[in-house]
Design a protein around this ligand. Sequence first.
Ligand code: ATP
Ligand code: MG
Length: 563
Amino acid sequence: MSAPDETPAPRDFIRHIVAADLAAGKNGGRVVTRFPPEPNGHLHIGHTKAICLDFGVAEENDGVCHLRFDDTNPTAEEGAYVDAIKEDLHWLGFDWGEYEYYASDYFDQLYALAVKLIEKGKAFVCDLSSEEIAARRGSLTEPGTHSPYRDRSVEENIDLFARMKAGEFENGERTLRAKIDMGSPNLALRDPILYRVHKVPHHRTGNAWNIYPMYDFAHSLSDSIEGITHSLCTLEFVDRRALYDWILDSLEVPCHPQQIEFARLNLSHTVMSKRVLKGLVDRGIVAGWDDPRMPTISGMRRRGYPPTALRRFVTEVGVAKRENTIELARLEASVREELNRTALRRMAVLRPLRVVIENYPEGEVEHLPAVNNPEDEAAGSRDVPFTRELYIERDDFLEDPPKKFFRLAPGREVRLRYAYFITCTDVVKDANGEVVELRCTYDPATRGGDAPDGRKVKGTLHWVSAPESIAAEVRLYATLFSVEDPLDVPEGEDFTASLNPDSLEVVEGARLEPALAEAVPGDRVQFERTGYFCVDPDSTPDANVWNRAVTLRDTWAKVSRKG
Ligand code: ATP
Ligand code: MG
């Protein structure tokens, strides 16, 4: 049901618990997990950790992992997000088969269970507003205050709850609250809200409901209804485990799953909250959920990150109980490592400078073999056309080179990869004194890139034929934020102040070797010397658009660490 990973996940504390449960014969030897996204946005890289854990633990134990949409808040949720989440999960390599569920499918059951709680005297309808409830909640040092409505009779509660459902009250006018303990040291147990009036149409149930269950009520009972054995969630739910257990213990339910919390994945220079990411989309700060600068799975897919690299990354980070922040550079290293093994090498000149080989015949096209991937012999080779007019990278030439510059300069000889040695004989400038063309000669004896007389050159440049190359737009990315922890801002200040103004650079007029004309959106290659690139869905056969996934080396991490 899940994609096999190259390396098995190491035994972490959750896998130990599951193994111990199996050894003890708990749950009849079954392992059933669930991944429970709220469809209020696209998944991000943090979710990948939960996904690999939920699906991985099930897979390793011949169990199943349910995909359950936690769709209990119709204000923020949309059907389009459901589709996006499913697409991302499939792309990551996970399949839940027939086990697709929606909390909204349980609305009738959940309502009936809430009535049961009322009948048991364990829930009451409260007329306080959410502000009044919050004000009476107390603090870690002060107990809370009872609601004046706490001692309503069962009959009155049942009647009021039915009228909440029937739509007799407006949003915020009534809630259903658990009757637990206003003096509990755990604030989650101070008569928490279980249902609220919320007259908003739902993307699946339409106008059928005027009340919606709160997360804790819906989640614990959905887990039980589905026969989940291990309910894995992030650490912020530690305090709410007592409520999870209270709800299940207070009702006659089919089973009582075990909630286990683990540390969420945090990445430097990144925000990871659907709500915050949605803000970036809605404010037009990024082009959309799948903007290649976004930490979303759809953004990373568009940028050219392979799913295997994401999975390996979260496996290597591991599962623990302590919060920490992982350097974004580590994710990039995983991507680089994967693409180094798998991506074909191609030549592309991002910022072209014209080169004319004066002693090469006009109109002639010569096809030179070039290796597709030195890491993978089976990848073979392709031919690249060589002509009298070529392009090299603008910054591979300096008229006045400093000592350590080994690329092209007046009078200097360099190698053109897979082709010939060339020597720069003259420099052509425009009226502003800018170099617009280089005149060169080539040595026909160096075909393939070696001199028979054994003479060496210090520089090897990538290049493309001017007439035989194709045009492209290339988009280069840097981190979206220029500080490590973008949300670490003083009260009242906008975190967008730390957005990196240079996170996107659009390079128009790049030239690509003709073999790239056949690339289709999603294809990933290495442009020699400039990075790993992926064809963007904006690409058309006439207008190629490429995204740089990562550079060839970790160039920014060292410089930007201080922010
Ligand atoms: P967000 O704030 O980004 O919306 P969430 O926790 O509200 O996150 P859900 O859709 O409710 O998002 O999450 C589905 C599952 O993914 C939950 O079990 C949640 O604990 C887990 N999850 C979310 N963010 C992370 C993260 N950064 N690292 C690991 N797991 C995560
Ligand atoms: Mg959430």
